[in-house]
Design a protein around this ligand. Structure first.
Ligand code: HEC
Length: 251
């Protein structure tokens, strides 16, 4: 009896495996699109860069959203002198008493025409809490959010690579050292990726490791996908007819 491999399993099992692999590949593509939307735009420019990763996990500790808006899209809404006054207040720690004395009148004169409870969608700056929230330094992802996303990724991705790995382990044309390496790679890169989210939250220099982790995982996946599909559908056509008849799950 020949050992079970992707060449000689029955067509129905090949269908099962291929369907699974293709759906996971599409899911992978969708995950990339989502990463582009959530992290890719973090620095305001399209495409994923280390700055995006730093911005998402570490934040921008030297500036607040309020300050970057006053230097950006809200620049035209207040004369320079008043903008500087608000920015000075932000940099001094955005204290509430100082707000009531000096800043509130400016905000009420220049900003609440648009930023009020009646204009749907825009934050209401007649309430101090709404100003305060945008006056704080951007701290990036919170620890509870990191813990939530981390455990979802660890559980979910480990599950995916269990099945992808089982299918790939049935290939016959890959040397066993290479096979073992490719099978363990996604787990190693998954751990790298997720631990570097936490490390980047503490220190922005780890951002590159996030991209390396994610990229390594994707490469291992593509390798397993391509080799598995090749051995199921293309390789059998190249074998002599006699060798094709050793199916364990004969249809
Ligand atoms: C003419 C209407 C208008 C005025 C006046 C205005 N804003 Fe805005 N503001 C907007 C719009 C529209 C947005 C959303 C688009 C954007 O973020 O650029 C926005 C967004 C913001 C945001 C980002 C809010 C968030 O949570 O994403 C901040 C901060 C902000 N404005 C501050 C100010 C300040 C401070 C002033 C007064 C100096 C001001 N705005 C005056 C229309 C206005």
């Amino acid at each position: 009896m020949k050992p079970l491999n992707l060449c000689n399993i029955s067509v129905s099992v090949k269908m099962l495996f291929s369907g699974y692999l293709l759906i996971i590949a599409i899911g992978y593509g969708m995950a990339m699109v989502q990463v582009m939307f959530t992290h890719g735009m973090a620095d305001g420019k399209l495409g994923l860069s280390t700055e995006d990763i730093v911005y998402s996990y570490y934040g921008n500790r030297s500036g607040s959203l309020m300050e970057s808006k006053l230097e950006g899209s809200m620049k035209g809404n207040a004369p320079e002198q008043e903008r500087f006054k608000i920015i000075q207040w932000l940099r001094d720690g955005a204290d509430e008493t100082a707000y009531r004395n000096d800043i509130k009148p400016i905000i009420e004169q220049r900003c609440t025409i648009c930023h009020n409870a009646n204009t749907g969608g825009l934050p209401d700056f007649t309430q101090f809490e709404n100003v305060k929230k945008r006056a704080e330094a951007n701290q990036g992802a919170s620890f509870p959010a990191l813990a939530r996303v981390s455990h979802i990724h660890l559980f979910g991705i480990a599950f995916i690579f269990m099945f992808v790995g089982i299918i790939f382990s049935l290939t016959s044309g890959v040397r066993s050292w290479l096979k073992s390496t490719v099978i363990i790679m996604p787990y190693v890169f998954l751990l790298t990726d997720i631990s570097s989210w936490w490390l980047t939250k503490l220190n922005p220099n780890f951002a590159l490791l996030v991209i390396i982790g994610g990229g390594g995982m994707a490469m291992a996946f593509v390798f397993m996908l391509v080799v598995s599909l090749y051995e199921m559908w293309i390789l059998p056509r190249k074998l002599p007819l006699a060798d094709r008849r050793h199916s364990l799950f004969r249809d």
